[in-house]
Write a protein that binds this ligand. Structure first.
Ligand code: DX5
Ligand code: ZN
Length: 219
């Protein structure tokens, strides 16, 4: 089964609640919320109030992606705001173990994200602490960037890495996902696909989600 998670970074921000409701009604499995602090990445997005609003608006799980330099402070804060999953970057802190544990204690499932240049070894000693692993398909900070092709090989390497340790942690790909690369990512072992610009620029959200899921499930 594949999970399709629209990223509301590409939504019409003046109609955010309606866009969230429309994506849920169109069959989105999860909602992906990108939190940027203007420090870890050169862009600023939303605070916890958007997660609180999304929680009231939609019933599907909220996958909150923290692109922040201080995940130890903000991880638990976003968990308390209503995130079901909080993912943090391996590159953001030297205290990954502490931050992941704090997120779980605050009531959310913790996950780890790898930037395009970050090796798989960065997650090796955190695997027992996470419920989701995210491979970035672009450099974090903006939606609508072109997919970095080496991501597919990285997902395949991660799949083998997890299999060799007999671990069944889902792999999410975030950034640049579209109908062309989805089948390759699925073959490589990804089961959660985040999509911002591709889904939000489609005329028919339902058809676009269905098609992406079909391409992921029957690659
Ligand atoms: C990038 C974000 C992504 C982004 C995806 O920093 O983490 O979630 O919104 O958007 P697209 O699919 O347009 O690359
Ligand atoms: Zn994201």
């Amino acid at each position: 089964m594949c999970i399709i998670a629209p990223s509301i970074l590409s939504a019409d921000s003046g109609r955010l609640a309606q866009e969230i409701a429309a994506m849920e009604a169109a069959g989105a499995d999860w909602l992906h919320l990108d939190i940027m602090d203007g420090h870890f990445v050169p862009n600023i997005t939303f605070g916890p109030w958007v997660v609180e609003m999304a929680k009231k608006t939609a019933k599907i799980p909220l996958d909150v992606h923290l692109m922040v330099s201080d995940p130890l402070t903000y991880g638990p804060m976003f968990a308390r705001a209503g995130a079901d999953i909080v993912t943090i970057h391996t590159e953001a802190t030297v205290h990954l173990h502490r931050a992941l544990t704090a997120i779980r204690e605050a009531g959310a499932k913790p996950g780890l994200v790898l930037n395009p240049a970050t090796p798989l070894s960065a997650i090796e000693y955190s695997l027992d602490l996470v419920d989701l692993l995210v491979v970035m398909g672009v450099n974090p900070g903006f939606s609508g960037q072109p997919f970095i092709e080496s991501t597919t090989q990285k997902v395949s390497n991660l799949t083998k890495f997890l299999q060799s340790r007999k671990l069944n942690i889902p792999i999410e790909v975030d950034g640049g996902v579209n109908d062309q690369n989805a089948p390759h990512l699925a073959k490589a072992g990804a089961t959660v696909l985040v999509s911002g610009s591709h889904l939000f620029k489609s005329k028919d959200y339902r058809a676009a989600i269905l098609n992406l899921r079909k391409l992921c499930q029957n690659p």
